[in-house]
Design a binder for this molecule. Structure first.
Ligand code: ZN
Length: 198
């Protein structure tokens, strides 16, 4: 009997560990409310060039960094906030600095590609396999108007390519197999009807 109780307590502790911190969860939900969802036309459009490197742009970068962090994402593109601007931010690793790239141009990508599961803050609840080059070189302008060349590999290269796609109206569902896309759309519909029912 006593043993059983110990097991019950253990089980309760395990469940508590799985439950997210309510404050972080509230912040995540608030951030998610700013992010445009799959189906919004802004996510299918080509964004326009950034031509002013001013305080408004720097404010936009820090807003994007804040929303991305609260939403627990590693990258965010301006169109995801409904702003049709060729601007993306990312942070790969907790202590890494926030990187902002305006008007990024993919200068080079490796022939070596690899598939990996990707999610998207605009398509929450869905993960699909996306094949991408492992290494890239991107030329861009930072939030102060200075030229910046980024050579990236692995996760950083993947995040940059994912966010660059957003600037061209391309989503992970456009980059996966027909089967995976169908499955993802089915999952999305189920999640939506569950949300409506809640
Ligand atoms: Zn995305």
């Amino acid at each position: 009997m006593a043993e059983e109780r110990v097991q019950d307590e253990q089980r309760i502790e395990d469940e508590e560990e799985l439950r997210p911190d309510p404050e972080l969860e509230a912040r995540r939900m608030a951030a998610m409310s700013f992010i445009r969802r799959f189906g919004d036309p802004v996510l299918k459009s080509r964004a326009t060039e950034v031509d002013q490197f001013d305080d408004a742009l720097r404010a936009q970068v820090s807003r994007m960094g804040g929303i991305m962090g609260d939403a627990m994402g590693v990258g965010l593109a301006a169109p995801q906030l409904g702003v049709s601007q060729r601007l993306l931010v990312y942070r790969v690793g907790q202590d890494a600095p926030l990187v902002a790239l305006a008007n990024p141009q993919l200068e080079w990508s490796s022939e070596d590609e690899e598939p990996s599961e990707e999610g998207c803050l605009s398509i929450p609840g869905v993960q699909v396999d996306v094949e991408r080059p492992i290494h890239v070189r991107v030329r861009a302008t930072d939030e102060n108007g200075d030229e910046r060349v980024v050579e990236a590999s692995g996760l950083e290269a993947r995040v940059i390519q994912h966010e660059l796609d957003h600037l061209n109206g391309v989503l992970i569902l456009d980059r996966t197999t027909r089967e995976a896309r169908k499955e993802a759309i089915r999952t999305l519909r189920e999640l939506e009807s569950a949300e409506e029912a809640a």
